[in-house]
Design a protein. Structure first.
Length: 196
């Protein structure tokens, strides 16, 4: 697979990164050679699910379940991205470690205590993604060991914004492959088998 697909560059999100606006659209079943944009969740077409940094982690987990997603953008009141929190962050040892080190009760642990801050997030360029295939995205996420990949759109006259997101689980559905969302090893193994 590595010989057929190219690796995309991912760089840091700029400090004033915003989210794209919403417009609805449907997707169908695809293959690894299809354009990557066909597998991207376009945040100008699908409403991003966001959470404030001071929301308790149990409430954030319920919001994910209700929205049918496994990650939430953490934003401030101006809509700027502060970070990303995933179901894995909430269900891992992060909350326990934070509680132990700060002597905080579980119900006092907030999203900001377990999220990945914006400065640690990486994003692929929309320009580069527009030239890529779904297989390229799988190879890129596999190399990074990530379940999700952000796509950054930068305009000359507007602030940078996260325009889209790739999810291994979503790509698996589009390719007609059942993907276990609990970890990248199982997910990439299933996708690699389907692409071979």
């Amino acid at each position: 697979m590595a010989d057929r697909f190219k690796m995309l560059h991912a760089g840091p999100l700029p400090p004033t990164t915003l989210l794209a606006s919403f417009e609805e659209q449907e997707q169908g079943t695809l293959g690894a050679e299809h354009p990557a944009l066909e597998a991207m969740t376009d945040l100008s077409r699908v409403r991003a699910v966001c959470v404030a940094p001071t929301v308790p982690i149990d409430e954030a987990a319920q919001r994910m379940i209700h929205a049918g997603v496994r990650s939430l953008f953490v934003t401030n009141s101006d809509g700027e991205i502060l970070g990303l929190v995933t179901a894995r962050d909430i269900n891992s040892g992060k909350p326990l470690a934070y509680a132990a080190s700060t002597h905080t009760r579980h119900d006092e642990i907030m999203v900001e205590h377990v999220m990945t801050p914006r400065q640690h997030l990486q994003a692929m360029s929309l320009h580069e993604v527009a030239e890529a295939t779904i297989g390229d995205i799988i190879a890129t996420l596999r190399e990074a060991g990530r379940q999700h990949g952000l796509v950054l759109e930068q305009g000359q006259e507007s602030p940078p914004r996260v325009r889209g997101i790739f999810s291994i689980t979503h790509i698996g559905r589009l390719l007609g492959v059942k993907v276990d969302p609990t970890g990248p090893v199982q997910s990439f193994a299933a996708l690699h088998a389907a692409l071979s």
